[in-house]
Design a protein around this ligand. Structure first.
Ligand SMILES: Nc1ncnc2c1ncn2[C@@H]1O[C@H](COP(=O)(O)OP(=O)(O)OP(=O)(O)O)[C@@H](O)[C@H]1O
Ligand SMILES: [Mg+2]
Length: 450
């Protein structure tokens, strides 16, 4: 009960349905009440009319009476009989109340309708003076009349009884349909990822919720602007840090060329490694900020093999230093739609990971195949792969698996995801060797250039 009250307070939809249902119930009850009593009145009027017609017929046809005189109305029903007798004959009444002798009506009755009790029973009575001057009584039992009137009154309620549940169903369906745009809107917003800050389409929305959506759109624009400002700040900061880092790295290089003691050399090594790591981190930060920025990129038809070749040229020394056998599996020339720089960064990060996380002497394969309108790029390695639980986490910025000796910033896959999102490309991580659950296989679905 408390739950229902809470829902009634919280939900406009429930409140509207309940209020409309109650309104329908009240209207139906009032209408039913009036229909019931007007049906009773109408039946009584019809019954009076029947009595009047019997009297007129009797008068016009100049009929004479021989007791018993009983007219049947309303079918075979014994009780709905109409009694016709001369008013003067009332004095011959036996008082038994059966149809064989006249009933003891008061002889002083005035012409017209009246209801009176005769021989222990209530009668509706019409007294009429005929053309020949005799006074006749046409009567019917009041109880029978009442029973018939009620029967027809109950029948008049039938349409309300059928219409009420139908109306309730129509109302609840109508209310649900009225609120459907809100449900659809919530679904659409729920399905968005955190980067999708484009305005909500307000064109097909009811005017009542449009101002709310317009306000949300203004908020989305402000949030997008603020995020863009933050990204630009990170990009600017990374960019500004690059030059002093390059200078530092050059100084360290120069220093290492100078003759110095073995101990000094030993100290210099972590310093140069640290500088190198910082340079890589700054480059990755800049790449992530660029990948996430909303600035439009030029789209062109890009050769996948060209990308693979340039990445291999860059990373072959690293692969050789780790004795990794790296190669391209297929040789078909395939073109995809996208920005060349984005694609290059995406593939380089994947291949860099594959080489660095595969133990020495392992294999890395780059493949490309097409499926309909899509082109699937695959980077597979013979390393340990990424477990299903970790696959959900590795795209987060700065996430790094525990227990890896490799130096890294944890931004590579976040950059890959940002680029894939902005290109509308689908990404999937799986195992290269599904049976042994080993080796990472990253698949990227891209749009094929025509
Ligand atoms: N091919 C792979 N095989 C096994 N684990 C991987 C592979 N690629 C990525 N990972 C795991 O996912 C984590 C995140 O990778 P990501 O590329 O985002 O960061 P990183 O390589 O540590 O740093 P960065 O790429 O910025 O230098 C890595 O720390 C690693 O543990
Ligand atoms: Mg990486």
């Amino acid at each position: 009960m408390d739950g229902f009250k809470e829902r009634l307070n919280d939900s406009v939809q429930v409140r509207l349905s309940v209020t409309l249902s109650l309104a329908i119930l009240i209207v139906a009850a009032l209408a039913g009440f009036f229909a019931f009593f007007s049906a009773i009145n109408e039946t009584h009027e019809m019954q009076d009319e029947t009595l009047r017609q019997v009297a007129v017929l009797f008068d016009r046809q100049k009929m004479t009476l021989h007791y018993p005189v009983v007219e049947q109305v309303a079918g075979d029903d014994e009780e709905s009989r109409v009694i016709v007798q001369y008013l003067a004959d009332s004095t011959k009444a036996s008082g038994s109340g059966d149809a064989t002798t006249p009933l003891p009506f008061p002889t002083g009755l005035a012409d017209g309708f009246s209801t009176l009790s005769v021989a222990g029973e209530n009668f509706r009575v019409l007294v009429r003076t005929t053309a020949s001057g005799e006074r006749i009584v046409v009567a019917q039992e009041a109880d029978v009349r009442e029973k018939e009137a009620r029967k027809s009154a109950w029948r008049s309620l039938l349409p309300f009884l059928i219409l009420f549940p139908v109306l309730l169903l129509v109302v609840s369906d109508l209310v649900r349909k009225l609120f459907r745009p809100i449900a659809t809107l919530s679904e659409e917003i729920d399905q968005r990822d955190e980067q999708a800050l484009h305005p909500i389409d307000e064109n097909h929305l009811p005017t009542e919720i449009r101002p709310f959506v317009v306000a949300i759109n203004r908020l989305l624009t402000r949030v997008a602007q603020s995020m863009e400002t933050q990204r630009r700040f990170i990009a600017d900061a990374a960019h500004e840090l690059r030059s002093p880092m390059t200078a530092l790295s050059l100084q360290a290089e120069r220093l290492s060329a100078i003759e110095m003691s073995a101990a000094a050399h030993q100290r210099l090594l972590p310093l140069t490694q640290g500088i190198e790591r910082s340079r890589k981190l700054i480059d990755q930060l800049l790449a992530l900020a660029t990948a996430q920025s909303s600035v439009e990129r030029s789209q062109a038809s890009v050769s996948v093999h060209d990308i693979y070749r340039r990445v291999l040229e860059d990373l072959l020394p690293l692969a050789e230093s780790r004795q990794i056998d790296i190669g391209v599996e297929s040789f078909d020339e395939v073109q995809v739609v996208g920005n060349e720089m984005d694609l290059l960064i995406l593939v380089r990060n994947l291949v860099d990971n594959a080489i660095r996380y595969t133990p020495e002497g392992g294999r890395v394969d780059l493949a490309v195949e097409w499926a309909g309108e899509s082109v699937i790029l695959e980077v597979k390695d013979s390393g340990p792969g990424i477990s299903a639980e970790e696959q959900l986490l590795v795209f987060d910025p700065f996430y790094r698996s525990l227990g890896t000796d490799e130096a890294g910033s944890g931004l590579g896959l976040a950059i890959v995801k940002a680029i894939a999102d902005r290109m509308g490309a689908h990404l999937r991580l799986s195992f290269s060797d599904e049976k042994n659950k080993s080796g990472l296989c990253v698949s990227v679905w891209l749009k094929r250039a025509s």
